[in-house]
Ligand binder design. Structure first.
Ligand code: EPZ
Length: 424
């Protein structure tokens, strides 16, 4: 069991480099099995979820290496369409492997995936997508048995699910004919996946909008590809810079993927500048005046991202007034709220989708624990803001989604010590 010891109340200063996007890389790696020749994927973050995805791909016979942020994948010896179930249970994002396996083999066997404890997170929308593509599905003894090559046609999602959209794309790129996906999610990571597939020879248009068209092709070839920067990691350090009133330069990041986050932070009194250097965007946080409370509601892209909701809550503990946070995407995504209360934050959960924060409150360090990736990382932001020393337990959750968070923060002056080993 590893934990962080953080001494808060300090201003930070310096540059934080943003790694490749976890939620793009987790789909691009399985997509690589759709070609018969090797791919080289760079700018891949060394985080636990990626290490798990590498192991899952290896479990079906993929020759795969992961060194210095580069994943080399040779799919030519893959033998099975039944990935290791113990590994699948540990990684929710592994669900997109099903779409790739159906395209490649016309069959897949998968058990209910695992992941963070944020709501029920069923996979009914995924199964519904596959049924609309003509795939036969049987459920027996905790396993789904999927049979049949997906057939091109019209697919309508019952909600804008990110990974169900990605599964629809992966299941259609090799189908004969035209597939149209309606009510698609529009997250930037979906467009990154489509850009990689198109570079391999796929013919996908409209990714990043709510209507995607796919002209099926016969084969795809392996290519080199660099994963987009992680907008959620960038939003994480941006909030840390604002809440600790620090001067941080954060990037590279595709600034257009953070429009609403920048707008909401500006509205509550954050001060920052967007600069452009070495062909990329960077955000420079500046010292600010008082923060004032404002409400947010999380929405599918381009709305306020649910993955940054807990960071906004930490920020609102330092803002004047009451803010109401309406989490529309997941029910019960408030694991960090109870921990914030231990730090003396004034928060009140109204129902499984809403809570309020009253501020400003002086946070006082104590012993807390993380329960999921983003909630856990938001507790790091809170501990950096709090007076005194905070111990955060179960930091394996944070290591699932953040590459070297303690090293990156130490480099800008944070007093953060890791005790215990990184689980891999
Ligand atoms: C992706 O999860 C991300 N994960 C999540 O990031 C992110 O919070 C989420 O999208 C929303 O943006 C990856 O990309 C690996 P959804 P996903 O399907 O695709 C319900 C992080 O910390 N739903 O868009 O699993 C679901 O319960 C993670 O990086 C069904 O009901 O999310 C939720 O309420 C956390 N049935 C809503 O839809 C389904 O079959 C949106 O979920 C699928 C989803």
């Amino acid at each position: 069991m590893a934990y962080f010891i953080i001494k808060g109340g300090k201003k930070l200063k310096g540059e934080i480099k943003i790694s490749g996007a976890k939620n793009a890389a987790l789909k691009i790696l399985p997509a690589a099995i759709l070609s018969s020749t090797p791919s080289t994927i760079s700018n891949v973050p060394r985080i636990i979820d990626i290490v798990k995805m590498v192991e899952i791909l290896r479990s079906i016979g993929t020759d795969i290496t992961f060194e210095n942020g580069v994943v080399k994948i040779d799919p030519s010896h893959i033998t099975s369409s039944h990935p290791d179930e113990k590994l699948i249970k540990k990684l929710r994002g592994s669900i997109v492997l099903v779409g790739a396996l159906l395209s490649k083999f016309g069959s897949a066997i998968i058990s209910q995936p695992g992941g963070c404890l944020i709501g029920a997170r069923p996979i009914d929308d995924h199964l519904d997508v596959f049924r609309q593509l003509g795939v036969k599905i049987k459920y027996n003894n905790g396993r789904y048995y999927l049979k049949g090559k997906p057939e091109a046609g019209e697919v309508t999602l019952s909600k804008m699910s990110v990974t169900a959209t990605e599964n629809a794309i992966l299941a259609s790129v090799l189908s004969r004919g035209t597939t149209r996906i309606h009510v698609a999610a529009a997250e930037p990571e979906i467009k990154d996946l489509a850009d990689y597939l198109n570079k391999m020879g796929a013919r996908i248009s409209g990714a990043g909008t709510h209507d995607i068209t796919i002209e099926g092709v016969q084969t795809l070839k392996g290519v080199e590809y660099s994963v987009m920067p992680d907008r959620i990691e960038a939003g994480t350090y941006l909030t840390i810079g604002v809440v600790t009133n620090s001067e941080l330069t954060i990037g590279p990041v595709e600034i257009s993927t953070l429009s609403i986050v920048l707008k909401k932070l500006e509205d509550v009194g954050a001060k920052f500048e967007v600069i452009h250097k070495n062909g990329a965007d960077f955000i420079q946080t500046q010292t600010r005046g008082k923060l004032k409370a404002a409400d947010i509601d999380t929405r599918t892209y381009p709305g306020f991202p649910t993955d940054l909701q807990s960071f906004y809550a930490v920020l609102m503990t330092q803002a004047e007034g009451r803010s109401r946070i309406f989490e529309t995407i997941f029910e019960g995504r408030f694991s960090s709220i109870e921990e914030l209360q231990l730090l003396r934050a004034k928060t009140l959960v109204l129902n499984p989708h809403e809570f309020v924060v009253d501020g400003p409150t002086k946070l006082i360090g104590t012993r807390i624990s993380s329960k999921d990736i983003r909630g856990g990382a938001s507790l790091v932001a809170a501990a950096l803001t709090a007076n005194g020393t905070t111990t955060i337990e179960d930091i394996e959750y944070i290591d699932r989604g953040y590459e070297n968070i303690d090293t990156k923060l130490k480099a800008v002056g944070a007093e953060i010590e890791r005790v215990g080993l990184i689980e891999e």
